[in-house]
Design a protein. Structure first.
Length: 238
């Protein structure tokens, strides 16, 4: 038996010539590569999962990164969330020239509604109806006055009108229009001074009406003689 005869062959097979079998290790390179790829994938998935958990428990880093770049997160102005811009901002108050006021007299004193309506008009308010108070309120308003309007006008037109006099009550009714009522009560004497009313309106965020400048142009035509007065009608309280 030759020295090159592999052990265990017992001389049954002889090696002749110049060629002889080589004893090689099994080729397992493919298995090593597959194992390395598998380990890398597992580590990558584990790291990604860890990052997601950290984001969940720390409030998320995406919103912070977007805010830092000025893109806004889900709940910011530039994001796609459900928050609306200016949702908590107060609604601006209407100007006096955007408010129509009906002036009613609930007192026995005549001419009070007309005098008050003229003064409100000078302060920029639009004037609607002027007259005696409805029977529901006639001689039944014991304080300075009653401000009456639709529910949506409580923080708008009624608030602006309330800056013109103090000691009033505010009530809402089922009206559908935007006009409001001023019902003058037993304690009413006159509106607050204009500078005080303008200051109060400014402090609550409103805009007082601009004062009307007197006209400087002379009259083009001479004044006509006064016409004869018609017979006086019965005096009304308004």
């Amino acid at each position: 038996m030759s020295m090159l005869t592999p052990p265990g062959m017992g001389g049954k097979y002889r090696i002749t010539g110049h060629r002889f079998p080589h004893m090689r290790r099994p080729r397992n390179r493919r298995r090593i590569v597959l194992a390395a790829v598998s380990v890398t994938a597992v580590l990558a998935l584990g790291g990604w999962g860890t990052i997601q958990l950290v984001d969940v428990f720390s409030g998320g880093s995406q919103d912070t990164a977007q805010a830092a770049h000025g893109k806004g997160g889900k709940n910011t102005k530039g994001g796609k969330g459900d928050c609306k811009e200016g949702a908590d901002a107060p609604k601006p108050l209407p100007r006096p020239d955007e408010i129509t006021v009906n002036v009613y007299n609930a007192t026995p004193r005549g001419g009070l509604a007309k005098i008050t309506a003229d003064e409100l008009k000078k302060r920029g308010f639009r004037i609607g109806k002027v007259g005696n108070a409805p029977e529901l309120y006639d001689k039944k308003v014991s304080n300075t006055g009653l401000l009456l309007g639709a529910a949506e006008s409580s923080d708008g037109a009624l608030k602006v009108l309330g800056s013109q006099l103090s000691g009033t009550d505010v009530r809402n009714d089922q009206r559908s229009g935007q006009d409001v009522d001023l019902i003058l009560g037993a304690e009413f004497k006159e509106l607050s001074a204009k500078d005080e009313a303008d200051r109060a309106l400014t402090e609550m965020g409103g805009e007082p009406a601009a004062s009307e400048a007197p006209s400087q142009e002379p009259s083009a035509k001479p004044s006509s003689p006064p016409a004869k007065a018609a017979p006086a009608a019965p005096a009304a309280r308004c």
